[in-house]
Each structure stands twice: as structure tokens, then as C-alpha cells.
Design a protein around this ligand. Structure first.
Ligand SMILES: Cc1cc2nc3c(=O)[nH]c(=O)nc-3n(C[C@H](O)[C@H](O)[C@H](O)COP(=O)(O)OP(=O)(O)OC[C@H]3O[C@@H](n4cnc5c(N)ncnc54)[C@H](O)[C@@H]3O)c2cc1C
Length: 393
């Protein structure tokens, strides 16, 4: 669809949302009571327009309905420890799954290991091995910035797109809980140390009444209390926030800038004596040629063909980056009701490399091409949302 046509129809389609927003302006948005804030948040306006788009990126999340694979198996005389299938949670969980994989490695005599893959799971598994005294070589087809991990948002979202509740097992749940605990602690240790890991207030703007939101299980019972995003949340009512919705839920969120984070992990890995070899493996037999007898497989979607895992399915994500605005220091997501069962999603995340708009969860798509329609829909929805937002004086 041509942009002008799209904009016209989208503007009409979103008219309902903006009218509702305008109607609410007189009540919900009139006064913003910053004195009730527990943490000061500067609600700087977000400038959204097509001419501010720097680039649109696509990443394919490696999803398995039964969750990540974390187990050892023999391959000829070698041992492969699988650590893949992190879905939409590979930035969140990797330190933990890497630690579990490295502990499995300790059961072997050798202290030399190969890690396949150089995204977040590969790099963190490699660091966990190094911390346990292993000499590690990473073999990968691509390295940062050319990995799926570079295309993520990324926040600490340990359950995101990870597992189908009906496919969970007690053994998998146990691994998940251990991995999540380790990762959460590790990521907190990196805050303020140049890794691009930081805390930021996330606001979920919504018209749903707080009663409907109270105690909603957001993780299928997987997370311990300390990890529930609802634990620290604060519900702001009309007049207490600037968003064009009745309510806003504030949740402190641990976040990661993929670009800074992955580069730093590469630097740490090298500093600890790690080597990186650029190499593509097409079949398990190719692995027999690496000198290491212990191999940790962190190839993500690559395992679909390399290890013939038919359960792996891509979930396509797409983000548009707009000109950076360092003054914007809050995240927002919203689902706007347009009537007649239609909703529009808005997602905005400020990073040093740009204002990140949009998201997408398209299961089964292997296409790395950005969709113009998805981009336009995300940008128009964000334009409507931020134009209707009232900024405090
Ligand atoms: C839009 C989007 C938003 C996201 N947001 C979040 C978020 O907020 N929080 C979160 O935790 N996660 C998020 N994710 C998910 C996260 O990015 C993934 O879970 C993670 O990047 C998966 O890492 P990976 O190692 O499986 O893949 P990659 O990062 O791609 O790494 C795989 C590595 O294996 C190598 N490889 C693959 N096949 C072969 C082969 N045959 N031979 C040699 N090397 C091979 C690749 O070259 C690469 O180095 C998001 C993802 C997307 C797309």
C-alpha cells in the first residue's frame, strides 16, 4: 500500500482512538500530579514521524513450544551440550542457561570447550565456561552486530514467547527457574558498568480498571515472587499520568542495549583468552573436525537444520529506530481499543541508538525483510498516541 493511501486510511481507522483520547484529555489528562511519583520520571515528548526513521530491523526469535533445550548428548567421541531455543527471552535467560550448560561441561575431564554461536546465549555460555576454568573457542557463522540478539529490544522478559504452558514439564520448569534466578542476579551486577544494562520505568497505558489488573498471573506461575513484574508495580489513575488512557501501570524494568551489551561480552571473552573463529557448520558431522571434544551448541534457529530439530520455529520481530532522544527516559506500551473488537498496539523504548518503535510476533515467517505495512502501522499508532499525550509543565 502506498504511504499516502495508508496514512489516510490509518488516520480514519485510528480516528476513534484519537477521539476517545481527546475526550479523556478533559478528565484524565488535565493535571499530572508529579508529587505522587515514587521515582521521578521526566515525561519528555516523543517525536514520532516517518522522516525520523533511521532504520527498520528484523530478527527471528528461535521458539520451541516445549521451551529451550538444555541437555548433553554424545556425537561420536564428542559430547554436545545443547543450549538453544530461547524464544523471546534469549537476552534475559542466557546467563542462567549458560551457567547450567557450563556446569554440565564440568562433569567432563577436558577443560577445553567449543561454543557454537556468538549471540547472547553463545557469548554468555562462553563466559560461564571461562569462569569455570575452560579454554574456549567460539565458532560462528556471524558475530555481533550480525546476530538475532542484536535485533532484540531488549528487556528482562524471561517468559516472553518461550514456552507453551501445556508443554511444560517439572524438569524443564526447574531448569527455567534456576536459569532465571542466575540471569536476573548477573544482569543486575552489570548495571552502571558500561554493559548497557540499566533500570527504567516501563508504563503500560490501559483503559482496563485496576480491579481487572490486580494479581493477574503474567507468567503462568513460572516466576518466583521476586521476579514477577507485578511486584513493584504502581497503578496511576486519571490525572496522575500523561498518557491518553485512563490508567498507567508503572513497573521498574531491567533493560539491555543489545549493541553495547554484546560488544562488551565479546571484549570480555577475548580479554579472558577466548578465540573467535568464523565458520559455518552444515551438518553434525562437520563438528567432528573441531579439535575440542566438548561442544556447547548455542546456534539458536540454526539448530533447526544443523541438529534437525523440527520443533524450532521462527517468530519474526520488527522494530523501527527513530532519531535518538536522550531526554526520553521512560518506556511505554499500550493497546488502544478502536471499537468493534479492533485494537492497535503501541510500543516505545528509548535507547542510545534510537527511539525504538513497534514490535511484531509473526510465527512461522523466515523472512528477514522488513514489512512496510507493519512499519507504517506501528509508526502511525505511535504518532496518534504521543500526539494525544499531555506533558507536564
Ligand atoms: C524484535 C525482537 C525483540 C526481542 N526482545 C527481547 C527482549 O526484550 N528480551 C529478551 O530476553 N529477548 C528478546 N528477544 C529474543 C532474543 O533476541 C533471542 O532470544 C536471542 O537473540 C536468541 O539468541 P540465539 O543465540 O538463539 O540467536 P543469535 O543471536 O542469532 O545467535 C546464534 C548464533 O549462532 C550462529 N549460527 C547459527 N547457525 C549456525 C551454523 N549452522 N554454523 C555456525 N554458526 C551458526 C549464528 O551465526 C549466531 O552467531 C527479541 C527478539 C526480537 C527479534
Amino acid at each position: 500500500m502506498r504511504r499516502r493511501t495508508f496514512l489516510t486510511t490509518s488516520a480514519l481507522a485510528l480516528c476513534g482512538a484519537s477521539l476517545r483520547a481527546a475526550a479523556m484529555e478533559s478528565s484524565a489528562l488535565r493535571t499530572f500530579d508529579s508529587s505522587r511519583n515514587r521515582h521521578p520520571v521526566h515525561f519528555a515528548p516523543v517525536h514520532v514521524s516517518f522522516d525520523r526513521i533511521l532504520r527498520t530491523t528484523v530478527g527471528l526469535r528461535p521458539h520451541r513450544d516445549s521451551g529451550f533445550v538444555l541437555k548433553a548428548e554424545p556425537l561420536g567421541e564428542k559430547t554436545v551440550i545443547h543450549n538453544y531455543g530461547h524464544g523471546g527471552a534469549g537476552m534475559s535467560l542466557a546467563w542462567g542457561t549458560g551457567a547450567i550448560a557450563a556446569d554440565m561441561a564440568l562433569k567432563h575431564k577436558t577443560r577445553r570447550a567449543a561454543v557454537l554461536g556468538c549471540g547472547s546465549p553463545g557469548l554468555t555460555a562462553a563466559r560461564q565456561l571461562q569462569r569455570r576454568g575452560f579454554a574456549v573457542t567460539i565458532y560462528a557463522k556471524t558475530v555481533p552486530p550480525e546476530t538475532t540478539s542484536n535485533m532484540s529490544l531488549a528487556a528482562f522478559t524471561p517468559t516472553s514467547g518461550l514456552v507453551d504452558a501445556s508443554r511444560r514439564t517439572p524438569a524443564w520448569d526447574k531448569q527455567f527457574r534456576k536459569a532465571t534466578d542466575i540471569s536476573y542476579r548477573q544482569l543486575q551486577q552489570l548495571v552502571g558498568r558500561g554493559y548497557g544494562v540499566y533500570w527504567i520505568d516501563q508504563f503500560t497505558a490501559t483503559d482496563e480498571p485496576p480491579d481487572a489488573l490486580a494479581d493477574r498471573p503474567d507468567d503462568g506461575g513460572l516466576l518466583s515472587d521476586i521476579l514477577r513484574s507485578s511486584r513493584e508495580r504502581e497503578i496511576l489513575g486519571p490525572g496522575e499520568h500523561p498518557f491518553p488512557t485512563m490508567f498507567a501501570i508503572r513497573t521498574p524494568t531491567l533493560s539491555i542495549e543489545p549493541r553495547l551489551y554484546l560488544d562488551r561480552l565479546v571484549a570480555d571473552f577475548r580479554k579472558a583468552g577466548g578465540r573467535i573463529v568464523i565458520r559455518t557448520f552444515d551438518a553434525p558431522q562437520d563438528l567432528l573436525s573441531v579439535p575440542e571434544s566438548l561442544i556447547v551448541n548455542c546456534t539458536g534457529l540454526g539448530s533447526a537444520t544443523l541438529f534437525n530439530d523440527p520443533e524450532l520455529v521462527p517468530v519474526k520481530g520488527q522494530l523501527s529506530l527513530l532519531v535518538p532522544q536522550p531526554e526520553v527516559r521512560y518506556r511505554v506500551s499500550a493497546r488502544l481499543d478502536e471499537g468493534e473488537g479492533m485494537t492497535t498496539s503501541v510500543s516505545m523504548n528509548p535507547r542510545s541508538d534510537g527511539i525504538v518503535i513497534g514490535d511484531l510476533q509473526e510465527r512461522g515467517s523466515w523472512s528477514l525483510d522488513p514489512s512496510d505495512d507493519v512499519r507504517d502501522r506501528n509508526i502511525v499508532a505511535a504518532m496518534q498516541f504521543f500526539n494525544a499525550m499531555r506533558i507536564a509543565d
